[in-house]
Design a protein around this ligand. Sequence first.
Ligand code: C2O
Length: 341
Amino acid sequence: AEPVAPDVKGCNKPTLPQGVEPLTCCPPNFEKKEPIDYVIPNYQTLRIRKPAHDYDNLEKYKKAVNIIKSLPDDHPHSWTQQSRVHCAYCTNSYHFSWIFLPFHRWYLYFYERILGKLINDPNFTIPFWNWDAPEGMEIPAIFIDKSSPLYNARRNQNHQPPMLVDLNWNGNTITHSNYTVLKAICRGDRSGDVKANLATMYRQVYEVKRPICFYGKPFRAGQKPYSLKTGSDSIELVPHNTIHSWTGDSTQPNDEDMGAFYAAARDPIFYSHHANVDRIWTIWKSFGRNDVIDPDYQNASYVFYDENENLVRVKNNDAFDTKKLGYDYKQLDLPWLKAKP
Ligand code: C2O
């Protein structure tokens, strides 16, 4: 049977915001190739992803990103290709449904495998942006060093450290909570918004019990994509979307890079933001909550280039347990569990 899949053929014509130069987002040569079914390697050791504020792989990561950025655009592993993976699928709205979590899990998985391959370290792991705990509630230092390949200039200049991230960001420069933060910074303390952020985490993650409310609406084979308002659910709307737009540069037409789907993955911080979303998914499941059981969900599939430049098809069903994919997250405190609003 035909796999249930978001149709990557739309990659020639991604939906773009008005005024953005046309671009195509197709994986190189994908029309000429038949994807093969991906077989997960038999991993012997677990790779442990660590928080960006306490990350011991920085030199390797920089080296790998320098290499990937030096590849020609049409190389299946190039930096441009990595960001196009996102626009091939995402600008055509495959975000706003239950595909959101597993799709991004696979996306990061191959990103990490490719970087590891380029530096010859099969155990390489990317860092996650631990925005759900006070230690991580600002742009992590590894992303603000201007001489680093992890730096990106298209970010909101008013949101540089020590400005605290606002998980409820609604796009206004002075929201109430932001105003509290400004005052707190002037007083020399930076704890202004921690409480609000923790309460948001409690509400958006711990309190959400039904899988469908956490993951997003069902996406069925052949169905037209949803919109942001009709298909997304708790985790995607807040804090996933709010952090995207909080990070992007509000002086750009569409809050590029992080605030616009077509451009978000050009910013290296994108991958660490999503690693935390992915981690929160594992934490949510550790509360004893179940995955969606529905064939349309389990069989949904995507096409990626793997680290050996094979065009492969992967399924949601293989993405429910990160340990099967050979990785896990460092266990950290979850202060938001005690932050019932
Ligand atoms: Cu596909 Cu955070 O976006």
